[in-house]
Write a protein of this length. Sequence first.
Length: 274
Amino acid sequence: MALLSASVHDPSLSPSLMALTVDYELKSWRASALATHVVDWVLDFALRRSERAMLTPGRATELARRAVKITFGNGNDRGVPGEVLLHAVCRQFFGSDTVINKVWFKTASNDTYKGFDAVHCVHEGDELQLWLGEAKFYKSLTSAIRSVATDLNEHLDQDYLRSEFALIADKIDDDHPHGDELRRLMHPNTSLDEVFDRIVVPVFVAYESTVTAAHDHVCAEYREALEAEVRRAWIKFGNAIDSNLAVTVRLFLLPMASKKALTDALDEELTRWR
């Protein structure tokens, strides 16, 4: 059974809206459960398809430690939990396939790669969609939206996309089931008009929620207040981004009672793997 549930889902909106929650346990927001969920997804997040194929009882611990190390590194990149959760949401709710992961680009010194936070593909009917994700893990919703709006403008620029596609295409595994089609889409000879028709940008924003912090159990009042909050957030997001974007955008919100509670629980969870 999945931990994250879609408490609000409105695909009729543009951008579509999904709010994800972990709710409460014994009158506390489930920070520890969410931290465990992040770590549970690290293997799928960090390892290549060929590496995941080597997961055997004798190698599971070794590969898990390696995945934690390359994902969290020296701990300086505090946005990583958001990136892992974006990956999990795309995989869990939409059955996406990982194309590449930004951690594969990290240098030996764990320098942060500035690029898309997720590169996945999804079959929609007979068409292959290219999902280029952005993730924000913030205290302030307003700051997160401001940051992601800037990223969208930069990352969908023609020159930026061409540069990223050259990097991404070179990293696609030879045995990826959609490798040939993905490389064709990213080839310089393929018009961006065709590519834009295939691009979906999943935007994941984890933020501190006054509604989540003000409650200690799930009830009708909580659900109504949370839905009102995330719909206000959707309006704020829509006002911040370019209304003429040539791609499809999906907004995923994760309202947290406390960012610090989650990062503290995650630090405790990660000590077992370091």
